[in-house]
Design a protein around this ligand. Structure first.
Ligand SMILES: [Zn+2]
Length: 344
């Protein structure tokens, strides 16, 4: 009797199961992070890959390869290094599209998706592990797509509605009642059972501090939190620039002396404007395009306005176009910088 009660207590009556026959890893991006037969843009004849159909994500995959030491199996390098300004332009376009917030792919995020049959007039809960999402992963984004039928899932929150609740590694929602203005149903959809497609984007725990700042910058971009956006973009770049300078000068100098030189002598402004390309030259590496360095330097100045005055000059706000440009330059330059750092 006692064990029966105990068992009953642990059964989650709100739990709903995913329908079979739905892939949990999004079909269009399966294999996105497999670089065994990777060809860079030029070596594949400037042709799109099968992933590009998904909001033109090829550029994010090429940059992910560059920043994570996956080289082209043909040229043993990555042609993006030779077409930096074109890559920047293309990246701006893809950030502007930003289908399903796929910019997070640059940090190795994955999108898993499943379909459930919704139970009406009750809380419904799905477990992330059942979607193949490991425990301790960080959920970045959730997308609900009700399959017609005039309902929408309302996500549950705690007593304090400021925070979205991902409790017990699960997502809980309550389906709204049918509304009067039910949109016309697509052919083939019937409302006998209400179905909901759930897309969850997630990433494994991160250790790289520059990556963590880039992750926050992408969140800030989506949420239009402009002050933090500038700070995080600048930090994501400054951290790798500092690491490169330290690693280079450490070859001939003592740790303490190099640290002091970089914090009180050749500080970040000099590093980004002069030292980085000198280091590339000295190590026979491709240099970073001047226009890209100039944009990173502009970010540094904006960061200084915020750090010293708490706001952008004249209390201005960034336009959408400027936000796209700054995020693109941050993603591109950190990818090239990580490549350089790996080569030193
Ligand atoms: Zn190649």
């Amino acid at each position: 009797m006692e064990s029966e009660i105990k068992q009953e207590e642990t059964v989650d009556k709100t739990k709903i199961n995913f329908l079979p026959n739905y892939p949990f890893e999004h079909q269009s991006i399966l294999g996105f992070y497999n670089f065994e037969q990777y060809l860079c843009l030029v070596c594949r004849g400037n042709k799109p890959t099968q992933f590009n159909e998904y909001f033109e994500v090829d550029i994010l995959r090429d940059l992910y390869a560059l920043r994570n030491n996956h080289f082209c199996t043909s040229c043993k390098s990555n042609s993006i290094l030779k077409i930096q300004l074109n890559a920047l332009q293309h990246l701006e376009h893809v950030i502007d599209l930003n289908g399903f917030n796929n910019m997070f792919f640059i940090l190795g995020s994955k999108q898993h998706f499943g379909v459930v049959k919704v139970k009406e007039k009750q809380t419904n809960r799905v477990y992330l592990e059942e979607m193949g999402i490991p425990k301790n992963s960080q959920v970045l984004d959730i997308n609900f797509s009700p399959q017609g039928c005039g309902f929408f899932p309302l996500m549950l929150h705690s007593n304090n509605p400021r925070h979205r609740l991902i409790e017990k590694n699960s997502i809980a929602f309550y389906p709204t009642e049918e509304q009067e203005d039910i949109p016309e149903l697509p052919l083939g959809v019937n409302c006998q059972s209400k179905k909901l497609a759930i897309l969850v984007q997630w990433v494994q725990e991160m250790n790289d501090i520059s990556d963590m700042n880039l992750l926050n910058a992408i969140h800030n971009f989506i949420d239009n939190n402009q002050i933090e956006f500038i700070m995080n973009c600048n930090r994501a770049i400054e951290i790798v620039v500092g690491e490169i300078c330290f690693n280079e000068f450490r070859k001939d100098g003592k740790k303490d002396e190099v640290e002091s030189f970089l914090t009180s002598g050749a500080t970040y402004g000099y590093q980004i404007k002069y030292l980085i390309n000198l280091i590339c030259k000295a190590n026979s590496l491709i240099q970073i395009d001047k226009d890209i360095l100039n944009k990173a330097n502009t970010l540094r100045k904006l960061r200084n306005n915020i750090a010293h005055e708490g706001k952008l000059k004249g209390n201005n706000l960034l336009s959408h176009k400027e936000k796209v440009e700054y995020l693109a330059v941050t993603i591109l330059i950190t990818s090239i910088l990580k490549y350089i750092n790996n080569k030193l």
